[in-house]
Design a protein around this ligand. Structure first.
Ligand code: S3P
Length: 226
């Protein structure tokens, strides 16, 4: 597993330009390209030609999976699937409502089903998962088939502070959320470590920097595996 803690520059050896890869009128492409930074243009082009495998984000609540997933979607132009969003739309309820109405067990069943539906389809995507996805072995097996697994990690205080910013985490609605979080993290960290191809310490990084690190590490991994 590769561990990354800082943003790195992208290679400049890009084979094709975004202009050749996007089938829009020249004016539209030009306006689009002008709105991107060089780094965005370079990574965009790379991911258009090397997107057979998905990038799968795992990690604790508060790791930034959802926001980094959106950032990766924008940068790579790949489709994004978020298991929490899929489960939520299947029930027509928020995650909190699903937990309070149907219970965690039912949530986990539908979460596992959502992952089955995301089985590899010959094109890569950005896949964002809920923090507890690694708790079922069947999920872990599926995650491995989907693509490169990236564990977004951070120090415990940072994770907890981020996770408790919003009150939408049913598993933290306990008398002592801090202890609950600590216990969950202790139980889950070995699962994340076991399944991850890449670990990124996000404690001191912005989401754009995290996306930079992920894209350069995934590219490195894909290149060394060729
Ligand atoms: C959960 C994390 C949540 C969501 C559900 C359960 C968990 O997703 O799937 O509340 O078990 O850690 P996030 O990791 O996006 O908060």
């Amino acid at each position: 597993m590769i561990t990354a803690t800082s943003a790195e520059d992208f290679d400049l050896g890009i084979e094709i330009t975004v202009g050749e890869a996007v089938s829009f009128p020249y004016k539209v492409v030009k306006r689009f390209l002008n709105s991107l930074s060089f780094q965005e243009r370079a990574s965009n082009a790379y991911w258009r030609v090397n997107s057979a495998r998905s990038i799968v984000l795992i990690g604790m609540m508060g790791a930034g999976k959802s926001s980094v997933g959106r950032c990766l979607q924008r940068r790579t132009r790949l489709a994004r699937f978020d298991t929490d969003e899929i489960v939520s739309s299947k029930f027509g309820l928020s995650i909190s409502e699903i937990f309070s109405t149907h219970g965690e067990r039912r949530f986990r069943e539908v979460e596992a089903k959502a992952l089955v539906e995301l089985a590899p389809k010959g094109f890569g995507a950005i896949i964002v998962t809920g923090g507890g996805i690694v708790l079922r072995q069947e999920n872990v097996d599926l995650l491995k088939q989907l693509g490169t697994i990236v564990w977004l990690d951070a120090n415990e205080e940072t994770l907890f502070e981020r996770a408790s910013r919003r009150s939408n985490r049913p598993l933290l609605q306990t008398e002592d959320p801090r202890t609950t979080f600590s216990e969950m993290l202790r139980a889950r960290a070995p699962h994340y470590a076991k399944v991850a191809d890449i670990r990124v310490d996000t404690s001191a990084l912005t989401r754009d920097e995290i996306a930079d690190v992920i894209l350069s590490k995934v590219k490195e991994l894909v290149t060394t595996r060729k």
